[in-house]
Write a protein that binds this ligand. Sequence first.
Ligand SMILES: Nc1nc2c(ncn2[C@@H]2O[C@H](COP(=O)(O)OP(=O)(O)OP(=O)(O)O)[C@@H](O)[C@H]2O)c(=O)[nH]1
Ligand SMILES: [Mg+2]
Length: 250
Amino acid sequence: MSLIPPPGSIIAADWHRCADSKEYFSKILRKMRRKNFGLLESPVMPPHVAVDTVHYKIFISGKSGVGKTTLAARLAGLNIPNMHYETTGIETTVVYWPVKLRESGRVLFFRLQLWDCGENALRRFDHLLPSCKEQVDAVLFLFSFTDRMSFDDLSNQIAKWTGPSVGRVVKLVVGTKFDLFMHCDVAERDVRNFQETWSLPVLRTGGEVSDGLGDVAPILNCLAENLWHQDCVTAGSAGHHTQQETGTLF
Ligand SMILES: Nc1nc2c(ncn2[C@@H]2O[C@H](COP(=O)(O)OP(=O)(O)OP(=O)(O)O)[C@@H](O)[C@H]2O)c(=O)[nH]1
Ligand SMILES: [Mg+2]
């Protein structure tokens, strides 16, 4: 994949704060909380507002207890588990996120299907990883700020998803438990060095869920931006993306 786009260069950052985004974000909210979408549900816009939806499959990777299930719940606006219940197989969660493209002003709904598989189940059952990898568009590599080993193992994890056999996959790193700064085991300097070495976006998460938009916007916007950029590169026309050029429009 070509160089990662500078944050906010392709899609409008913090668009959820702008007045013109309200009619779109209201479709993913109900009573000030995020709406939950089943596999067959989608946001419904009035007929005069035509919005295309782009579909992507996202795999969440990381060792047991790092916070994969918690992140999936957070991104979807669902209740966050207080306890660690090991995920015993694959769980998928659908997230809709409206995005405004900077250049054209066009609005799109990103439909992100998050694939969360318990790390121990993944080790125990060989058939799970191939299902997770099949036609995947992006991987979120998780480490925990309270677990140095999970950070040190990132390079190994990423290396497994790099090379000619893997194809184009957006890679993002997410540091969880950033709120537990008293127990922090990973220094900012280490994160900066890692970022320079790998040239990958590193995002942070943790703490209370606010309005269901502000705390997840940096991760979802970064993911959407990199997915869109990857599609543009694949279509061979970065910056001149049209509806027909991507195979993922529905
Ligand atoms: N304070 C805090 N706790 C977190 C955060 N993320 C996860 N946790 C807690 O860490 C524990 C494990 O989180 P899970 O999301 O269940 O871990 P997992 O990666 O899905 O683990 P497996 O399913 O076993 O692979 C839970 O008790 C969560 O509440 C965070 O950002 N901050
Ligand atoms: Mg889990």
